[in-house]
Design a protein around this ligand. Structure first.
Ligand code: FE2
Ligand code: FE2
Length: 290
């Protein structure tokens, strides 16, 4: 297939030294045992790069932008590849600042899925853990960091204060569109999240890729794992339907495995790989659309 060359994103589009700085910030934000007050002070946990990252993310993720990116990527027209080729490709996204201590992208996926496996969860759940961040290949397609990672939030309706750094939304052009700033905006009350456009990123892309192959519970985990305002803070209930509420129990079950995977021991990749080869082939054909 025709793969775009790996571009180093222009510096002004890459305030995070590495993509994982965002994940690290989120896991610090939700460190177990934090008091509510410490929690509300999350701004002090954010280094200047992370803060700048959110400034860009909140300013640029407009409804228009999201629709454009969905049209570009969600039709899965970038060719066929198998999951392993994509995992190898994602691994080329290396941390240049500290290659010795940081785990590779595949290791993060495996740390997450191994923790799920150790807790005795079903095979589809383990597989979902393994796949959950594969959508970060968007970065290698040349997308800026703010269109790949970050807490996701609905666009086309009023922003909740439960989204981190809500003050940065004032720079979003949608903040000046009155139709987009009512509580429900362009959506119907309790219409269900499937009808709601979230800020674009790796969650939505991977959901689209896996849509025909995984159980719905797993698909919710993929699609909403960065939607902290909803799964951690219960915001946007007015756009959820009953089915979302049931399914969000699974998103919440998944979240600790994502958040705290880095503190876990490094997986013995060679030893566990056969298990994952079997697992992937159980649910996916060899080649899938990306
Ligand atoms: Fe993620
Ligand atoms: Fe993750």
């Amino acid at each position: 297939m025709n793969e775009a060359p790996r571009t180093s994103p222009r510096k002004e589009n890459a305030p995070l030294k590495e993509l994982d700085d965002w994940d690290d910030f989120v896991s610090t934000r939700y460190r177990p045992g934090k008091s509510e007050e410490q929690f509300r002070n999350y701004r002090t946990d954010a280094n200047p790069g992370v803060t700048e990252f959110y400034r860009q993310n909140h300013a640029h993720q407009t409804l228009d932008f999201v629709l454009k990116k969905k049209a570009e990527y969600c039709g899965l027209r970038r060719g066929k590849k198998n999951i392993w080729e994509m995992a190898e490709y994602l691994n080329t996204l290396v941390d240049e600042s500290d290659p010795d201590t940081d785990v590779s992208q595949i290791e993060h996926l495996l740390q997450t899925s191994e923790a799920i496996r150790k807790d005795g969860h079903p095979r589809w759940f383990i597989l979902t853990g393994f796949l959950h961040d594969l959508g970060k290949v968007l970065c290698l397609y040349g997308e800026p960091q703010w269109a790949v990672v970050g807490d996701t939030f609905p666009v086309g309706c009023a922003y909740s204060d439960e989204v981190v750094f809500p003050e940065f939304f004032s720079a979003n052009p949608d903040a000046n569109v009155p139709e987009y700033q009512t509580e429900c905006g362009i959506y119907e009350h309790r219409c269900g999240f499937d009808k709601v456009h979230l800020s674009f990123g790796h969650d939505e892309y991977m959901y689209q890729v896996a849509q025909n192959y995984l159980l719905e519970e797993g698909l919710y985990m993929l699609r909403y794992h960065s939607f902290y305002a909803a799964h951690r803070h219960h915001a946007y209930g007015h756009l959820m339907n009953e089915h979302d509420e049931e399914m969000f129990a699974w998103v919440r079950k998944f979240n600790p495995y994502d958040l705290y995977s880095k503190g876990r021991e490094r997986p013995d990749v060679k030893a566990i790989l056969p298990f994952y080869h079997d697992l992937v082939s159980e649910f996916f054909p060899d080649q899938i659309d990306w």
